[in-house]
Design a protein around this ligand. Structure first.
Ligand SMILES: NC(=O)c1ccc[n+]([C@@H]2O[C@H](COP(=O)([O-])OP(=O)(O)OC[C@H]3O[C@@H](n4cnc5c(N)ncnc54)[C@H](OP(=O)(O)O)[C@@H]3O)[C@@H](O)[C@H]2O)c1
Length: 295
């Protein structure tokens, strides 16, 4: 092997999309010793990566032609499809790993497009913010072409953990969106709590500690809820829908009285009311997951 060739463990990679996340991904690959080719719609964003040794590509097709493994991280999957439409034959034989946030249906459509054009498609959802990439808590959920995933898993490990979710290309997006749903539920609650305490000039900074401790204590019940959701057995000796439905108007009234909006929480009252009307008074809150199904 010539001294200028990269070691086999440092496979070359093309990264398309150099926003906050794409830049973090390309940086992690460079840090792990991979030769990296980069493309971004706004070329100037490639500058710092090129200064660190990345090769700039003039077009998406040039970037895709450069390496067998191609990582995309654009704003949305409509932009990914727009980029795909410019590729022509360049994508044939390539493995495309799309780490753009999107829906399961979008992932399946992009996988079908890739298959029609002779490419291997892996979809992924990044469970990290850019600053966490390559750190101990970062991981990415993947689905799609399993053989291609196995081949490129050592390279993808530069980003963090690699969690395989299945060969249906939509599965990574399901896991990604479900995990983020839990996060946004927490975000909504935290923001409403801060808005409420601020109506009495209680500093949010001082309230953060008891809020975190309370949320963490409540999270210990999640596995039990999961068991109830899977089994359909929702009877509880913890906290019934009846007691929650009875208390919840206090929240909405207090928000109004204190001069803050209840718009994030009003739908929850409606769901509790429906659960009561449908005869689930004695069940735990886990019953609500069943009621969310459209049938
Ligand atoms: N940031 C996070 O914490 C995080 C965490 C997990 C997942 N993600 C996901 O990662 C993806 C990228 O996020 P980000 O934070 O890197 O966003 P960002 O900083 O706003 O970067 C967006 C990227 O998309 C490109 N882009 C936008 N419209 C385009 C178009 N029409 N054609 C081609 N390229 C286009 C931008 O190019 P220009 O530079 O030319 O505008 C840029 O490279 C998103 O799907 C996001 O949901 C982000």
């Amino acid at each position: 092997m010539s001294t200028s060739s990269p070691p086999s463990s440092a496979a070359p990679v093309s990264v398309l999309g150099l926003g906050m996340m794409g830049t973090a991904l390309a940086t992690a690959l460079l840090d792990a010793g991979h030769p990296v080719t980069v493309w971004n719609r706004t070329p100037a964003k490639a500058g710092p990566l090129v200064a660190r040794g990345a090769l700039p590509a003039g077009t998406p097709a040039d970037a895709v032609a450069a390496n067998p493994l191609v990582v995309l991280c654009l704003l949305g999957n409509t932009h990914v499809q727009e980029v795909f439409d410019t590729l022509g034959d360049a994508v044939a034989g390539r493995t495309v790993v799309n780490l753009t946030n999107g829906t399961p249906a979008q992932a399946r459509e992009l996988a079908a497009w890739a298959s029609e054009h002779g490419a291997h498609y892996i979809d992924g959802g990044i469970m990290a913010v850019p600053q966490m990439i390559a750190g101990p808590h970062a991981y990415v959920v993947y689905s799609g072409d399993e053989q291609a995933f196995r081949t490129h898993r050592p390279t993808l490990a530069a980003f963090g953990g690699t969690k395989w979710t299945g060969t249906d290309p939509g599965l990574a997006a399901v896991h990604d969106l479900a995990l983020l749903t839990g996060m946004y539920g927490m975000v909504i609650g935290v923001l409403q709590a801060f808005a409420l305490v601020r109506t009495e000039n209680i500093p949010a900074t001082g309230f953060a500690e008891p809020l975190v401790a309370w949320i963490q204590a409540m999270l210990t019940g999640v596995p039990e809820w999961a068991g109830a959701v899977d089994s359909g057995e929702h009877l509880t000796d913890v906290s019934s829908i009846a007691v929650n439905q009875s208390a919840f108007p206090n929240f909405l009234t207090a928000y109004r009285d204190q001069g803050i909006s209840g718009e994030l929480f009003e739908p929850f009252q409606a769901l509790l009311d429906r659960a009561m009307a449908e005869g689930h008074a004695s069940d735990g809150l886990s019953r609500l997951a069943d009621l969310l199904r459209a049938n």
